[in-house]
Design a protein around this ligand. Structure first.
Ligand SMILES: [Zn+2]
Ligand SMILES: [Zn+2]
Ligand SMILES: [Zn+2]
Length: 274
């Protein structure tokens, strides 16, 4: 399974859109891996996780070819994870899809509301854009992949946000953001898996936090428990992502911090094979 990290920042991007804090200024000055767009991952060219406001930039400068994507899996409705208006660009006269070139979009009810507001479920669009409602612990098929949505600890008052276990060609990947330390029902469901790769929410970087989002120390606690319950072992690749300017995630600092806990820190464009 090939995972391409198209974007690796939290909602505001890094440097953040309107921000002149010292971290954003430093990131602008250093450039390179310190420049992060909003989070999204491409898996084996065919599966895209989340559809952030920077998706067009990922097409221009990254390795994303949207015509190859058949399945779009959305974690939750927050603006850094889902910008449905751009989905209309899949259709005439903005693009000319051929018969059979449908895009399946999977998400919760709140994601569907935004999708509908953007006009994506109109009759003429339904031929090429297909929405599938998904629910925690109800596995679904997406092409060759088996996908299990699990409840995240994130924006609990407004929606049921999902993290996902994606099983494809003999490998299991946990796509674990946005979330704090997992709810118990999610831990329980994870007992069924031996994970090859784990991607976790590291919005808080070096700050110890585990509610709604996590920092690297909470990531380490998740890692420890996954190993303890047999869902991971020494061959599992652990990855921290979704960084915010608030915690000084300059790339080299984040790499060191992550390494200390046996994690890989992402950067935009990073490719990992699991
Ligand atoms: Zn986010
Ligand atoms: Zn800033
Ligand atoms: Zn969020």
């Amino acid at each position: 399974m090939k995972i391409t990290f198209n974007g690796t920042a939290a909602a505001e991007g890094f440097p953040a859109l309107f921000c002149e804090c010292e971290h954003c200024q430093k990131a602008r000055e250093l450039g390179g891996k310190n420049i992060r767009t909003r989070s999204s991952c491409l898996i084996d060219e065919e599966y895209l996780i989340d559809f952030p406001p920077d998706v067009y930039m990922h097409v221009l400068h990254g390795k994303l070819r949207l015509s190859s994507v058949k399945h779009l899996i959305i974690t939750h409705s927050h603006s850094d994870h889902f910008q449905p208006y751009e989905l209309n660009m899949k259709l005439k006269p903005f693009a000319y899809p051929k018969e059979g070139e449908e895009l399946y979009v999977y998400g919760n009810d709140r994601v569907y509301e935004k999708y509908k507001q953007a006009g994506c479920d109109s009759e003429e669009r339904k031929e090429f854009l297909k929405y599938v409602h998904v629910y925690p612990r109800k596995a679904f098929k997406a092409g060759e992949a088996e996908v299990l949505p699990l409840k995240a600890d994130h924006d609990n008052e407004n929606e049921i946000c999902h993290i996902y276990v994606i099983s494809l060609r003999g490998k299991n990947l946990l796509y674990g953001h946005d979330t704090g330390y997992f709810p118990e029902e999610t831990w329980e469901a994870l007992k069924e898996f031996k994970l090859d790769g784990v991607i976790l929410d590291c919005t808080f970087g070096g700050v110890d936090w585990d509610k709604g989002h996590m920092g690297i120390e909470a990531n380490a606690r998740v890692k420890e428990r996954l190993i303890k319950q047999g869902s991971a072992d020494e061959n599992t690749i652990f990855i921290a992502t979704h960084f915010s300017h608030n915690i000084r995630p300059l790339y080299e600092d984040m790499v060191q911090l992550a390494q200390k806990h046996g994690f890989i820190a992402t950067y935009d464009g990073m490719v990992i094979e699991i």
